[in-house]
Design a binder for this molecule. Structure first.
Ligand SMILES: [Mn+2]
Length: 270
């Protein structure tokens, strides 16, 4: 089995009972490890991740999760972490802490006779997005692209890494908390086939003869399993802090969506 999950937003200041959240995520991975060949985490597993030039004691908080990933790797399970828009600032530290393979770009893989396009999903747009969306949405997209460029700027990354971790983390976590609370106050449900950027992108890829059987994304915190005319399916994974959704690809190449329900009641309420 190959498992796909995303958007745990570990460490979020907007998620109460952070330890229980991490514990539930570990239990979920443990459950998957019973028959997993690979586990793909499609981004934003951390609400904020930055690797400074000096030692950051606060990373200790994530030791149970990192230890679990090491354990999975030891069992022979291939663990993959994609960076999202909250945790893109990794410069080798996350890989050495977890033993996972880190992906910073979208990837197409072939497994069990199916092709899968995998990426977090932030900034994924159809080519003609400027013609599709009204001015208000275009402005939002432009703002997002600007931020993405800023976050990826080597100079700014260098300067941020020079900060004392306590300062940098304060900036990072409070920014992330603001975006989480904003999302909770104004949830953005599925926009429909004609407007949802990820669906439009997948449709466009199909039209351009870049066929994939499955397009799998995170980022949106909504659950979607949509069949396109070409036969491809667009999967948006939901999240692993509120909905606890994930996808599973079996060895016949069938992909199914699931909800994680722990057997014991010790971690509910997260
Ligand atoms: Mn995201």
């Amino acid at each position: 089995m190959i498992y796909f999950l995303s958007d745990a937003h570990l460490g979020s200041w907007a998620i109460e009972r952070g330890y229980a959240h991490q514990k539930k995520l570990i239990d979920m991975l443990e459950e998957m490890s019973k028959d997993a060949v690979s586990i793909y985490m499609l981004g934003d597993m951390f609400d904020f991740w930055m690797e400074y030039f000096v030692h950051d004691k606060s990373k200790r908080e994530y030791h149970p999760f990192c230890k679990e990933l090491r354990k999975l790797a030891k069992k022979g399970i291939h663990v993959h972490i994609f960076t999202g828009n909250h945790d893109l600032w990794t410069f080798g530290g996350l890989a050495s802490l977890t033993g996972a393979e880190i992906h910073t770009d979208p990837t197409t893989i072939t497994r069990y006779g199916k092709t899968l396009y995998l990426c977090h999903g932030d900034g994924v747009l159809p080519l003609k997005w400027k013609d599709i969306y009204p001015r208000r949405v275009r402005k939002q997209i432009e703002h997002f692209i600007f931020l993405k460029k800023l976050f990826n700027s080597p100079t700014l990354q260098f300067l941020f890494r020079c900060l004392p971790p306590a300062w940098g983390n304060k900036i990072g976590y409070s920014w992330a908390k603001r975006s989480r609370l904003k999302e909770l106050a104004n949830p953005c449900p599925y926009k429909g086939e004609k407007k949802e950027e990820l669906v439009l992108f997948a449709k466009e890829q199909e039209k351009m003869n870049n066929h994939r059987d499955y397009y799998i994304f995170g980022h949106r915190h909504i659950e979607l399993d949509l069949k396109l005319e070409s036969g491809s399916r667009v999967i948006i994974l939901g999240d692993t802090f509120r909905q606890w959704t994930y996808a599973k690809l079996d060895h016949h190449g069938n992909l199914t969506m699931h909800n994680y329900e722990p057997e014991t009641g010790t971690t509910e309420g997260v």
